[in-house]
Design a protein around this ligand. Structure first.
Ligand code: RB5
Length: 164
């Protein structure tokens, strides 16, 4: 890796992030191995990671950890979240119960980009039994480094909450 120079504008070019972003992460047993490796990967890039479990490959119920992450994203304890289970659906369904959470399921790099560009997903959900870990790393990097497009997509996400 090339040495970093102070005058570089985009510090991400150094492979590190300096914006102090706090990312919450959770998985059930199906996503545990991905979670362990992602915590190491993202910590190595300078992100602050809060791990909400699970802590082994022993079978457990995904809502038990999804609620911890959903609450943390909603109350601002973390800036963003990453969640994994076998299909991703259990995590996404549970997380999206929280009004401030937009949890988007992605299974390839293009969808990981679109879920940020169009839906401004603040939680990335991935299916640990239906993608490779290599793809997961690409999805995470893409989602973190893609910008929300706003405009018509802002209008659309504003229509998501149930109107009373
Ligand atoms: C666990 O077997 C599986 O049901 C879970 O990981 C997930 O796919 C649920 O949505």
């Amino acid at each position: 890796m090339a040495p970093c120079k102070m005058e570089q504008i985009d510090l991400n070019l150094c492979g590190l992030t300096f914006d102090n972003m706090k990312i919450g992460i959770c998985s059930d047993h199906a996503g545990y191995e991905w979670k362990t490796d992602l915590v190491a990967y993202l910590s190595g890039k300078g992100y602050e990671i809060v791990d909400y479990g699970t802590n082994s490959t022993e079978s457990m119920d995904y809502p038990d950890v999804a609620h911890l992450l959903g609450r943390a994203v909603s109350d601002g304890t973390v800036d963003k979240g990453i969640a994994m289970c076998g299909t991703g659906n259990g995590m996404a369904i549970t997380l999206n119960k929280y009004p401030k959470v937009r949890a988007g399921l992605a299974w390839n790099e293009d969808i990981a980009a679109l879920v940020k560009q169009h839906n401004n997903a603040n939680v990335l959900v991935m299916p640990a039994r239906f993608a490779s870990f290599e793809t997961a790393l690409k999805m995470v990097d893409t989602w973190l480094n893609t910008q929300f497009e706003g405009g018509r997509h802002q209008r659309r996400i504003e229509k998501i909450p149930i109107q009373n």
